[in-house]
Design a protein around this ligand. Structure first.
Ligand code: NAD
Length: 335
């Protein structure tokens, strides 16, 4: 039986990279009924809201979505469609596997770590107000329920995938109550899983150690803001935001998307690197039980990157998004 999956093209380079992933999945022959729904700046312009209720309903129904990045204005304007989506669908776990990609040179080799980020609270509560002119307050919300939930997710994930160590990243020396509660919950879950090594690290030290010794790390567990920042730092260890995939996962629903944003500087120019989104679709295929197709796409993509003849500009080549996608499709045909 075919799969019914929501496709969210997004803004900027989103439509180009999601189109690349759909073309590759079509070539590999997985039977998917894509149902398109849009969110973000484009949706706001066309439909008056950045997160239309019918698109939320669509994802609730399909339970799986492949999503392009969306644009969020800086310093004002509308609220992030991503933050609203993750809260509305309780996609509480952001999962970003950071691994060297064959053929892509970076400062390190052998990096293989997982960033797990709490996706629904922290400073992303969106609760901000001006106390008096010139004084603004942003509220960081940390709850026992959400902190225990993400810690359980991290330990379950580590056990299921054969990982050995979890590092909880925090700033509980300063935010004693909020990050203190996050750590308390992580420790409670860790105590039930002595088979996984558990350690804690202050976020500033974690940044330094990630850059100096990324191989020390296995699974990183953290609240929302640290996870946002550190997952991009980690992407830099293996070649940047364009080559790292991701997923936002809840108890029933999963939305797959790359780490990168909508890249307005190159949107619509057909030069975006589709690697991150294609690798996100590989994660999605594994999630829906299409592991064989996932493996085929991954090895076709890696063979194109390893050969190095067809690379997008960010990887030092001259290929367009379409040309790189064509090369992956051709490599699939040669398998
Ligand atoms: P960005 O990731 O969009 O771009 C950063 C740099 O990386 C730019 O130079 C861009 O050209 C380049 N880049 C990104 N993806 C690329 C790709 N696939 N191929 C080639 N080059 C690529 O980050 P930004 O500029 O900070 O943010 C732009 C917009 O994206 C903002 O509105 C932000 O809110 C949004 N954003 C969305 C998501 C998401 O939807 N998941 C994530 C991050 C940022």
């Amino acid at each position: 039986m075919g799969h019914r999956i929501a496709l969210i093209p997004g803004d900027g380079i989103g439509p180009e990279v999601t189109d690349a992933a759909v073309r590759v999945i079509t070539k590999v022959g997985v039977d998917i009924d894509w149902v398109v729904g849009d969110i973000g700046a484009g949706a706001l312009e066309k439909r008056g809201t950045q997160l239309p209720e019918d698109v939320l309903d669509l994802i609730r129904e399909t339970k799986v979505a492949l999503k392009g990045p969306v644009t969020t204005p800086i310093g004002g304007g509308f609220q992030s469609a991503n933050v609203l989506l993750r809260k509305a669908l309780q996609l509480y776990a952001s999962l970003r596997p950071v691994k060297n990609v064959p053929g892509i040179t970076s400062c390190y080799t052998g990096v293989d770590l997982i960033v797990i980020r709490e996706n629904t609270e922290g400073l992303y509560s969106g609760i901000e107000h001006e106390v008096v002119p010139g004084v603004v307050e942003s509220l960081k919300i940390i709850t026992r329920a959400a902190s225990s939930r993400i810690a359980r997710f991290a330990f379950d994930y580590a056990i299921r995938t054969g990982r050995k160590k979890i590092t909880a990243v925090h700033k509980a020396n300063i935010m004693k109550k909020s990050d203190g509660l996050f750590l308390e919950c992580a420790r409670e879950v860790a105590a039930k899983h002595p088979e996984i090594d558990y350690e804690e690290m202050i976020v500033d030290s974690a940044c330094m150690q990630l850059v100096m010794k990324p191989h020390k790390f296995d699974v990183l567990l953290m609240e929302n803001l640290y996870g946002d920042i550190l997952s991009e730092l980690c992407s830099g260890l293996v070649g940047g935001v364009a080559v790292v995939p991701g997923a936002n996962i809840g108890d029933e629903i999963a939305v797959f998307e790359a780490v990168h944003g909508s890249a307005p500087d190159i949107g619509g120019k057909n030069v975006a690197n589709p690697t991150g989104l294609i690798l996100s679709s590989v994660m999605m295929l594994r999630h829906i039980g299409e592991a064989e197709a996932a493996g085929r796409i991954e090895s076709a993509l890696f063979s194109v990157l390893r050969r190095g003849e067809t690379r997008t500009r960010d990887l030092g080549g001259t290929a367009t998004t379409t040309e790189m996608t064509d090369a992956v499709i051709q490599a699939l045909g040669e398998q």
